[in-house]
Each structure stands twice: as structure tokens, then as C-alpha cells.
Design a protein around this ligand. Structure first.
Ligand SMILES: [Zn+2]
Length: 458
């Protein structure tokens, strides 16, 4: 789980994030004690009185710390109008006005030799015209779930606004974003002693209970790959497999996003496997470049290399029964409902790696009513939830794919060894971490053969 700490409104005024301020000491304590990192959102000329270009030492001080990211937070922060708070970029409602103001902002940053990758709207909100312009100049924007009013940005966006003073924290795609203001008497999430101590105890709780990784938003926006998993219901074996997925994600610098019960309950799907198609859509509109979907009954062995380096555009491994009968059955299904579509491979749905381009082509084929589609085109003896459909979309789309070697998705009953990378338990899920599991405790025991027969003895 990643933890982001964002602080708004810093500027070179004493009491607002200067070297000797108490808030600065709090940041330093949290860095030393827990390894916290901070993204500081700085207005480039706060209220027209604090141009950063006149305070180069202040910028230098913060830039000297590798656990600090400096991001942009408007120019003046304030408005000319007096009836809209300090929503600088809500007031600026034409392309021209916004371009001019952003120009002033970036000029200040240029003078201090820093190019901010990130942006947050002063007062959270902005005019739709402003967003179009801002998106061009920044890699990402930190936004508020509600105040963003579903506006779409052309840059990456990160949602989150849990005050450092709060005790009830929300997760967005496995990330917690603490939000705060450096100072001021109109916000209750400022860096006073009480809030500092509350944040400290929240962090302590998180560190004691989860695997926590502190990041700046800039670092987060540089993560190019994402691993999706689906977990719904009480799946006992997943307590052995999911930690290995997270471990792998860390190794290959990927984020993990879980589609869970909460998401499943919002759908009318007969099974949670159908969320695979929601994952495709999520990925298409995300800022990531490549995705992997992996079943949670797959164990990732420590020797597995980075699959994102291995797959160029799109890759899946064939089902181990593909040649014996499943490919033939798939072709028969195609002939029945999708005449003219040729089945060259029958892929197993357990592991799928894709770039943006391929997933877009697939998404174009996924019907709005996927459950209706599934019901109206029953895949007969294949009897699959989503696997038949995934194979159909791949065959139909004509995407350029790689057939992955079996070791990237090895059925446990197909002589799995420690030379393989991803071991798929398919029908043998109850073998995971039992005496019938040749990978028990993640140590390979070649004397144990995993078979359906051995399952019957359990
Ligand atoms: Zn602000």
C-alpha cells in the first residue's frame, strides 16, 4: 500500500514552511522516524507578495531533500473577485486568461530552476477551460473526488483528500493520500501539534498493520505498470498468493489494484470473473502504460523475471488443455456464433499482459451488456465464465500478440517445477500450502506431484 502526504500552500513566508518553522521540524521528524515523503504544493507568488523567484534559498532548502517533491499550486492562489474564496483558476474562465496566468506561474518556476511535474488547483476547483490548459503543462494533477465534478484532464490524475487530522481513511486504488494545509485558520487539517500527533499515530497504525511504501506523487506518477487482481468473497488460499503478488509488484515497480467485493456488488455479474472487462476499461483510462491481470490462485515464484519487459504489446499463455480439445471446442463455438473467426490459440485467462493500444482494440469489441452477450452465445462444453469471450475478442480484434511460454502460467498439474514462474492452481486450489503442494512454504519439493488424484485424498 502506498502512502502519499500532500501539503498545500507552502510559500516563503515565516510560519508557512520556512526552515525554522515548527511545521518543517514535524516533516523532518516524520521522515526520520518513518521514512515519510512529502509533496508540497506551492503557489508561485502567493497573494502577489511571495514570488518564489525572490526566495531562491527557500526553494534550494526544500530541493536539497530527496524526500520532498515541489509541485505547483496556482500562481497568486487568490482571486480578484471576493465572492469565490481562493479559487484562482475558477475565476479564470477563458483560454487566454489561463494561458497568461500559467505563463506567469511557470516563469517563476523557471527562474528557480525547477520544473514542477504536478499541479493542484487552489481551492480544489477550476473552470473547465482552465483544466484544458493546465493539463498541457503538467504530468499530473492531484484532484478531489467531488470538487473535480467529473471533469476529465489530459494529464494523469490522482484522487485523495484524507485530512491528516482524520481517523477514518479512504483507499483509492490501494493508495492513501493524506492531504493538509501548511497553515491558516480556515482549514482544520493544518500542521499544528494536535494534527501532527494524530497523523503520527495513524501512520504508526498503518505501518504496524500493512506493508507501507511512502512515495511522492511525482514518484507515483512515474510508475508505468499496473497489476490487477480480482478478489471477491472469502478466498482462503489468497492469503498465500496475494502477498507474493505484492512482493513481485514491488520487485518490478508496478502498482497493484484490486477489484474486490465492493466493486463486485455494484455490478449484476453472475461471477466476479466478469470484472476482467471492467479492469480493461479501468486500464484504458488510467495513466499506466502496461497492465498485467493475474488470477489470485496463481503463485508467483521468486525467480520470476519482469513480465513487463518480456511482453512487447500483448501476451497470454495457452491453456494447457488447448491442444487436447479446448482449441477445437473454441473453434466450434466461433463457427456457431461468430462465423469466419479463426481460433489460432486458446489462451488461459489467468495471466494477461497488455499495452494501451491492444486493450483499446479489445475494449471496442466488448459489448455494453457483457452478461447478455455471454447468455446469448453460450460456449457449450468450454463452460467458461469469461475465458471464451476473451479468446473471441482477441481473435476478432486481430491484435498483435505474443504466445507466452507455459512457465508464465503453468498449471500445477502440468509438472510444475521451480523452473516455472507463475504456478496456476486451476482446479487444485485446495492444495495450496498443504502437504500435497510441492511449493509449500515457497520451497520446492520435487518428490510431491500435484495431481487431481492427490486432491481426492484430502
Ligand atoms: Zn491552497
Amino acid at each position: 500500500m502506498e502512502v502519499i502526504i500532500a501539503v498545500d500552500d507552502l510559500h516563503p513566508e515565516p510560519g508557512w514552511g520556512c526552515q525554522n518553522d515548527i511545521q518543517t521540524a514535524y516533516f523532518e521528524n516524520l521522515w526520520e522516524e518513518f521514512g515519510c515523503k512529502f509533496t508540497l504544493f506551492v503557489p508561485s507568488n502567493y497573494h502577489g507578495k511571495w514570488p518564489i523567484s525572490k526566495h531562491k534559498d527557500w526553494i534550494k532548502f526544500w530541493k536539497s531533500k530527496d524526500w520532498i517533491e515541489l509541485a505547483a499550486h496556482g500562481h497568486f492562489h487568490a482571486c480578484d473577485r471576493t465572492d469565490m474564496g481562493e479559487c484562482e483558476f475558477l475565476e479564470l474562465d477563458t483560454n487566454q486568461k489561463v494561458e497568461t496566468r500559467i505563463g506567469m506561474c511557470l516563469k517563476e518556476w523557471e527562474k528557480v530552476n525547477h520544473k514542477p511535474a504536478g499541479w493542484r488547483n487552489p481551492g480544489w476547483v477550476a473552470h473547465p477551460e482552465a483544466i484544458k490548459v493546465i493539463s498541457k503543462y503538467f504530468d499530473y494533477a492531484a484532484i478531489h473526488e467531488k470538487h473535480n465534478h467529473d471533469m476529465s484532464w489530459d494529464c494523469k490524475t490522482f484522487i485523495g483528500c484524507d485530512g491528516i487530522n482524520e481517523t477514518d481513511i479512504k483507499l483509492y486504488d490501494n493508495t492513501i493520500m493524506f492531504q493538509s494545509h501548511i497553515s491558516g485558520d480556515w482549514n482544520n487539517n493544518v500542521w499544528n501539534k494536535e494534527n501532527y500527533l494524530q497523523l503520527k499515530s495513524s501512520l504508526k497504525y498503518l505501518i504496524d498493520n500493512f506493508d507501507i511504501n511512502f512515495m511522492t506523487l511525482g514518484e507515483k506518477s512515474n510508475i508505468k505498470n499496473v497489476i490487477y487482481i480480482i478478489k471477491s468473497g472469502n478466498v482462503e488460499y489468497s492469503e498465500h498468493t496475494i502477498p507474493l503478488i505484492y512482493k513481485y509488484a514491488k520487485k518490478v515497480s508496478a502498482d497493484v489494484i484490486m477489484f474486490d467485493d465492493k466493486k463486485f456488488k455494484q455490478t449484476n455479474y453472475p461471477s466476479s470473473n466478469f470484472m476482467a472487462f471492467d479492469i480493461w476499461k479501468h486500464f484504458q483510462s488510467s495513466h499506466y502504460e502496461k497492465m498485467m491481470y493475474i488470477d489470485i490462485d496463481i503463485r508467483i515464484l521468486d525467480n520470476a523475471p519482469n513480465i513487463f519487459d518480456h511482453v512487447d504489446k500483448f501476451g497470454m499463455a495457452e491453456d494447457w488443455k488447448s491442444d487436447s480439445w479446448r482449441k477445437e471446442a473454441l473453434q466450434e463455438w466461433f463457427n456457431l456464433y461468430f462465423a469466419g473467426t479463426i481460433c489460432k490459440n486458446y489462451f488461459n485467462g489467468g495471466v494477461l499482459v497488455s499495452d494501451k493500444d491492444s486493450i483499446k482494440k479489445l475494449n471496442n469489441l466488448v459489448p455494453e451488456d457483457i452478461v447478455g452477450f455471454w447468455r446469448n452465445n453460450p460456449d457449450g462444453i468450454l463452460h467458461s465464465q469469461n475465458q471464451g469471450m476473451i479468446n473471441y475478442f482477441i481473435a476478432k480484434s486481430g491484435i498483435d500478440y505474443q504466445v507466452l511460454e507455459p512457465k508464465w502460467n503453468k498449471c500445477c498439474r502440468n509438472n510444475a517445477t521451480n523452473k516455472d514462474y507463475f504456478i496456476h492452481y486451476v482446479a487444485n486450489k485446495s492444495q495450496i500450502e498443504t502437504n500435497f503442494d510441492s511449493f509449500m512454504g515457497n520451497k520446492y519439493n520435487s518428490n510431491i506431484k500435484m495431481t487431481l488424484e492427490s486432491l481426492k485424498m484430502m
